[in-house]
Design a protein around this ligand. Structure first.
Ligand code: NAD
Ligand code: DAU
Length: 354
């Protein structure tokens, strides 16, 4: 079996669902269920004995060691993290605790467990760290996309915390020989994404007739990838990646934020027409401090070496995503509770209109 952490969050839950649809192999899912973790994402696995959910913290050494002893996984995949850049700006401490210390704690427990394995079990074991393209910093308009060899230059507390974890993963491979893998992926979107992130936030605000907040001039560029493609890339890296290696994963789909927002509004105009066009809700607000201008991924290595490439187009993925949010109003209601409302006030009230 495999041990997944953060498997009740956006990408982790999509991964667990995809894994169990494609493999017979069971998953132990360790998740703290922070505001971003939601067991409803895994509703379709109720009664499936191949999914074992454990509520707990990756920073709990005793719990992690006990899970490794009890389940003896052949791989550990670390999705668990604090993941929202704006939250890291308002409160970085939790990012240091989970993303850095939690990852370190997991690595230590895994190292002890792996050291006790022998033969094929030891050779075949993998620790896979799910990381981000934000560790590489910000690109200017004409710069070449990030490669696996691009120097790290994180600019937000979130990116710095992920970079620190990546460095520890690298060190555990070089120092202890732990068979690690690292993936650095671009911006994901799709079902079950918490509506603090741009795409679900725009969909939900538009449907509620609320302002659609665009930071700064709206021309920051991200490289968008449908979440199923990220998950299939991770499966490919787990199956065939070289121990110690890093793989960039991206959709070759650079868009600026205004293009993303306008595409969403156009799809909503078509699928859920309102009295006025949704784009009339677009409102420019104060920029994010240290806002990275552009991310772009060169995914050539994973394509050449492992034969992976994104299957979904941006237009197709956005349509599927809007359709999913329209069909899952109950999920949205369940995650936009009091805590969510508090976050929206903290992040947007003082931003005002730009
Ligand atoms: P998310 O915030 O939706 O989910 C994170 C999950 O981790 C939640 O279920 C939460 O409960 C859990 N968690 C948080 N702290 C924990 C702890 N201490 N112990 C156990 N569980 C804990 O995040 P996401 O968008 O699904 O991102 C998953 C991973 O992918 C993260 O490592 C993130 O850095 C990385 N990533 C995200 C994107 C993206 O666009 N969302 C892109 C590239 C990489
Ligand atoms: O690149 C990968 C990263 O993508 C992941 O590592 C992060 O976990 C994930 O959150 C995401 O980070 P971003 O900061 O790029 O995503 P976010 O959805 O927060 O913002 C996308 C862009 O939209 C960014 O340029 C900021 C802008 N934005 C965001 C929000 C929430 C707005 O203009 N308005 C908003 O209200």
């Amino acid at each position: 079996m495999i041990l997944v952490t953060g498997g009740a969050g956006f990408i982790g839950s999509n991964f667990v669902l995809q894994w169990l649809a494609a493999h017979a192999e069971p998953v132990v899912n360790l998740d703290k269920l922070t505001y971003a973790g939601n067991l409803r994402n895994l509703d379709s696995l109720r009664g499936d004995a191949r999914h074992v959910f454990v509520r707990g913290d990756i920073d709990d050494a005793e719990l992690v060691a006990q899970l490794l002893r009890a389940h003896r996984p052949r791989a550990v995949l670390n999705f668990a993290a604090e993941s929202h850049v704006d939250r890291s700006i308002l409160g970085p401490a939790e990012f240091v605790r989970t993303n850095i210390h939690g990852a370190f704690n997991l690595l230590e427990a895994v190292r002890a467990y792996w050291s006790g394995l022998a033969g094929e079990a030891k050779r075949g074991f993998r620790f896979l760290q799910i990381s981000t393209d934000e560790v590489y910093g910000s690109l200017a308009a004409g710069d070449a996309p990030f490669r696996e060899t691009t120097a790290y230059a994180p600019n937000s507390p979130y990116a710095a915390s992920k970079a620190a974890a990546d460095h520890m993963v690298r060190a555990y491979y070089h120092t202890y020989g732990l068979p690690t893998l690292t993936t650095n992926c671009s911006n994901n979107y799709g079902p079950f994404q918490f509506p603090e992130k741009l795409i679900p936030l725009v969909i939900l605000n538009a449907l509620a007739g609320k302002a659609i907040p665009v930071y700064g001039d709206g021309l920051n560029v991200r490289d968008w990838l449908y979440v199923d493609d990220h998950c299939s890339g991770i499966r490919k890296v787990l199956e065939a990646g070289q121990p110690g290696a890093v793989y960039n994963i991206g959709g070759n789909s650079e868009k600026n934020n205004l293009e993303v927002v306008q595409t969403l509004c156009a799809v909503l105009d078509e699928l859920r027409p309102a009295a006025t066009r949704y784009a009339s809700l677009i409102s420019y607000v104060k920029d994010r401090p240290g806002h990275d201008r552009r991310y772009a991924i060169d995914a050539g290595k994973i394509r050449r070496e492992l034969g992976w490439q994104a299957a979904e187009s941006f237009a197709g993925g956005i349509r599927r995503t809007v359709g999913w949010y329209l069909a899952h109003a109950e999920w949205t209601r369940s995650v936009t509770s009091g805590a969510y409302q508090k976050w929206v006030s903290a992040n947007y009230q003082e931003r005002g209109a730009a």
